[in-house]
Design a protein around this ligand. Structure first.
Ligand code: PLP
Length: 357
């Protein structure tokens, strides 16, 4: 970053942008990386690059961040929601096919809290029904999935395009930042144009299409390059903290802990807990008890079908997704940052035990 400043390349041109794009794309097993300003703009650019028609449907989990929905609404697409798998919290892949209609064009799997979606059935369905895929890997830097042919692939390598966020709380950060990775040359070119106001390489102020200013700066990319050097260490520590939590919480009744499917390598972006309703506590009451013991937590996502702003647009009003609703009411995540010490993890586990005693 110091080099970026002293050389004067502080804006959206400079060597670190290409270095970060090439490095992150290679890490994901992709040919192209298009760095953008954040994970939300990565989703918007990716959806825009698909050139959907208004009214085209895209299947997306209800239990996710609002960015997935805003990206679709921005291009006039119709989000079609799917409930979560009760154990993995990612989208229930068994329900996806029943949601496919004549208008379905794409699927947007999201690797919630660092655990991969079960990709084989989604890839099979997409192939068979001619659907495209945008993989939202914003919570799954370095996570991996084992296909039924026993090969491991990193999250970020599935579908036409995968998107990442490099927000401060993500595994790899540039402060604010994002990236779309793809193997498709034409999509990569389109994304570069969309990122940069639709400027044309040959005739700069001549616009064949309209774009956005979603550029990342060289300063941020320099931070990304440095982060990339540490990614294995970061992933290993996240997994280590999760293992400490799982061991420390194993004997406490009334909790469901995160799992790791045999075909998954989770990066435990956030270490989530679901408290049993039988304890008489919901997540808000549980969080209050933890806070009294000095442990700050965050609630789980509230499903997109329970969002007032989306109801106001006439979306999802009478829809119900029982698993996502239970997760939203009973789920929270524990301190999961990289600054956490083993000793602090131990104290959190004690506080959880006391809160439920
Ligand atoms: C963080 C996140 C985003 C948005 O990223 P920003 O950089 O905060 O815009 C998108 N999708 C998922 C799943 C996320 O967790």
């Amino acid at each position: 970053m110091t080099e970026a400043v002293s050389s004067g390349w502080i804006s959206s041109a400079g060597r670190y942008i290409e270095e970060f794009e090439a490095g992150w794309a290679a890490y994901c097993g992709r040919r192209h990386g298009i760095a953008v300003s954040n994970g939300t703009t990565a989703l918007h650019a990716a959806v825009a690059a698909l050139a959907l028609e208004p009214g085209d449907e895209v299947i997306v989990p209800t239990f996710t961040i609002v960015s997935c929905i805003t990206a679709l609404l921005a291009v006039g697409a119709v989000p079609v929601l799917v409930d979560s798998d009760p154990e993995l919290w990612t989208m229930d892949v068994g329900q996806v096919e029943s949601l496919v209609t004549e208008r379905t064009r794409a699927i947007m799997p999201v690797h919630i809290y660092g655990h991969p979606v079960d990709m084989d059935p989604v890839l099979e369905l997409a192939g068979r029904r001619g659907l495209r895929m945008i993989e939202d890997a914003a919570e799954a830097h370095g996570a991996a999935y084992r296909s039924s042919d026993m090969t491991w692939r990193r999250c970020g390598s599935f579908g036409e395009m995968s998107t990442f966020s490099f927000y401060a709380n993500k595994l790899v950060t540039t402060g604010e930042g994002g990236m779309v990775v793809t193997d498709d040359d034409a999509l990569a070119e389109r994304l570069r144009s969309l990122r940069n106001l639709g400027f044309n390489a040959d005739r700069r102020f001549h616009h064949a299409e309209l774009g956005f200013n979603y550029r990342l700066t060289n300063l941020q990319a320099a931070l990304g390059v440095a982060q990339l050097e540490r990614v294995d260490e970061i992933v290993a520590r996240k997994r280590e903290v999760a293992a400490l939590y799982t061991a420390g919480l194993a004997d406490i009744d009334g909790l469901t802990l995160p799992v790791e499917a045999p075909w998954a390598r989770s990066v435990f972006w956030m270490y989530g807990l679901v408290v049993d309703a039988a304890t008489g506590l919901d997540a808000a009451a549980f969080a209050e008890r933890l806070l009294e013991r000095g442990v700050d937590t965050r609630p789980f996502f509230l499903g997109m079908h329970e969002q007032p702003a989306l109801h106001e647009l006439g979306l999802f009003r009478d829809e119900s997704y029982p698993v996502a609703e239970r997760l939203a009411r009973q789920g929270l995540y524990l301190p999961s940052g990289l600054a956490l010490t083993d000793e602090q993890v131990g104290r959190v586990c004690e506080a959880v035990g006391e809160a439920l005693a």
